[in-house]
Design a protein around this ligand. Structure first.
Ligand code: NAP
Length: 180
């Protein structure tokens, strides 16, 4: 299973403000939908609450440390590894970590692919994507998009694949004891 991060960030790595996206980019939302359709999405509790509902056609796993948390139409996990395991156990081929800042920071060492939308603006965001060391990543796709009436800022769609193995990988699942 590929672990992918999908993120839109501004020129200062900003991704969010007041628990929402700090821009209006309908083309990026369309791209997000197209790339993630049919897959598992892993979201932090704050991002899930900001979206407000499970996204149609996708299976949402919400990360929280609250033991009694329930999320309508979604699974809940209490660690990133547990969330990745849920997706893997369901036969997922590419799990998408969709944010926000805290979850991206935890997931970056596991990621093999990053779908990055670079927003060409400083937006006053207060939540940030972690710093990427680009020497570990190879750009495999790039498309430019000019601002228009439905997209507030110029932006660039990028895809990066990791060169080599990720820093962290999913620990092997515990096998049932043979000593019955
Ligand atoms: N531009 C983008 O691509 C993008 C994408 C997604 C989100 N965002 C923005 O990012 C902002 C939200 O980001 P955020 O950093 O404030 O919050 P977040 O990452 O969405 O959620 C943080 C919460 O997730 C849970 N959590 C995080 N790591 C965990 C772990 N390792 N194990 C278990 N639970 C864990 C905790 O929930 P509990 O407090 O319940 O324990 C934590 O408070 C919003 O503004 C949102 O709009 C932007």
């Amino acid at each position: 299973m590929i672990v992918a991060l999908i993120v839109a960030m501004d020129a200062r790595r900003g991704i969010g403000k007041d628990n929402r996206l700090p821009w209006r980019l309908s083309s990026d939302l369309g791209r997000f939908k197209q790339l993630t359709m049919g897959h598992h999405l892993i979201a932090g509790r704050r991002t899930f609450e900001s979206i407000g509902k499970p996204l149609p056609g996708r299976r949402m796993i919400v990360l929280t440390r609250k033991r009694d948390y329930t999320a309508q139409g979604s699974q809940v996990a209490h660690s990133l590894v547990a969330a990745l395991r849920l997706a893997q156990a369901a036969g997922e081929t590419e799990a998408f970590v969709i944010g926000g800042g805290e979850v991206f920071a935890a997931a970056l060492p596991y990621a093999q692919r990053i779908y990055l939308t670079l927003v060409h603006a400083n937006t006053g965001a207060e939540v940030f994507f972690p710093k990427i060391d680009y020497s570990y990543w190879q750009e495999v796709d790039r498309k430019e998009y000019r601002r228009d009436e439905r997209n507030e800022f110029d932006h660039t769609y990028l895809v990066f694949d990791r060169r080599g193995a990720p820093e962290k990988s999913l620990p092997a699942a515990e096998s049932p004891s043979l000593a019955a």
